[in-house]
Design a protein around this ligand. Sequence first.
Ligand code: SF4
Length: 194
Amino acid sequence: MRLRGGENAAHGRVRAALGQDMNYAEIKKYDIANGEGVRVSLFVSGCRRHCKGCFNSIAWDFAYGKPFDGAVEEELLAALAPDYIAGLSLLGGDPFEPENQRALLPFVRRVKERFPQKNIWCYTGYTFCGGALAESRVNTEATRELISLIDVLVDGKFTEELKDIRLKFRGSSNQRVIDVQKTLKEGNVVLYLA
Ligand code: SF4
């Protein structure tokens, strides 16, 4: 179901009141580069990491792109529905900038409820640590729950000196491809891909 214009506006006002405003840079509905299988990928706007050699510096600006609103959520949910879609990938910008976490959490909850059989991959320049992030300034009330809903987290700052094009699903060798569900269960970081 697509929200009507008036409902979208109301949805937008609720989001703004809750500090859940976010822009997104791009949506790919048949992405095979950012996770396993054919995926729906959402590139959010806003990143304060500013890694040297970043592939997507245009999306550092939180105001770049278009508003992530109820209609966009519905569009993504519809794109996720076909059986051949393996899941959702969240990239940026950085999905774990505090304002982006708050905007993404309600949407990711919806994705998990609607498609429990599909997986969620997420890319962040921050560092996973003990179910939250090592950089304490970006931990919010949404962080732990958002992480708990993710299946695979690619973490760590992109480091140009450690760039290796042979690596799968990550840009530099300091980054990790983490199996979040096993990690949370076992209490130690379990890599999805070594
Ligand atoms: S964290 Fe990602 S989006 Fe942000 S600067 Fe680094 S590579 Fe670019």
